[in-house]
Design a protein around this ligand. Structure first.
Ligand code: ZN
Length: 215
């Protein structure tokens, strides 16, 4: 059976191959009981090996991180805080993908222009307020924007998705990037029709009843 560390390496490479991350941007983590495994700081995703993946206990602090020889991603704080707050989350993918990052600079939620927005658990995909990367303040803003949903934009930065496993998180990252690309195209045109609250209720209901991972 493949190790969690190897699975993280494989998906880090897939993110690069799909153009969702580049060089050492973005990060991935997976929960295992009271710990989470996370990509390290500063190593490009396509060059990672299992031994580079960092294991942190949930509740680790900055002092403990500073004493580690191999440092976790600079964004370890929000990974930890999401695992602490959301029992349903087993895997997290953070990207600096082109279109989601571009839309994040609008500082606006992605509205219900397409029914697939509901795949993320709500009628919009929210955007956080801006804070400096790698800070507790940013983590707080991300948690607020994410709420109980499966993804959000991070203002002037990128996106984060959460799920029950890495495979589905990867799928959600792809879907979020696709929606962001469509949304930017629509913004150029300037006029489009949103689905109504009731129509989105129907989609949310169908997604929750239908229950597939992928559509
Ligand atoms: Zn980032």
């Amino acid at each position: 059976m493949i190790s969690i560390q190897q699975e993280i390496c494989n998906f880090s490479k897939k993110l690069i191959d799909q153009g969702l991350n580049h060089a050492a941007t973005g990060n991935i983590s997976v929960r295992e009981e009271n710990f989470f495994y996370i990509t390290p700081s500063g190593i490009p995703g396509d060059l990672l090996t299992s031994k580079d993946i960092v294991k942190c206990k949930i509740g680790i602090n900055e002092k403990e991180i500073s004493e580690m020889s191999l440092k976790p991603s600079s964004e370890w704080q929000f990974h930890q805080d999401i695992y602490f707050k959301r029992d349903d989350v087993q895997a997290i993918i953070h990207t600096h993908s082109c279109y989601a990052s571009a839309v994040s600079a609008l500082r606006d939620s992605i509205p219900s222009f397409n029914y697939m927005v509901a795949l993320f658990g709500g009628k919009t995909i929210n955007c956080s307020d801006y804070e400096l990367f790698g800070t507790k303040q940013l983590s707080n803003k991300i948690l607020k924007a994410l709420g109980s949903q499966k993804g959000c934009l991070i203002a002037n930065h990128g996106s984060v998705v959460v799920s029950e496993d890495l495979e589905n998180a990867f799928y959600l990252s792809q879907e979020l990037e696709h929606l962001a690309k469509q949304y930017l195209e629509l913004k150029k045109i300037g006029e489009f029709t949103l689905l109504t609250d009731l129509q989105m209720d129907d989609v949310l209901s169908k997604f929750s009843n239908y229950g597939p991972k992928k559509f």
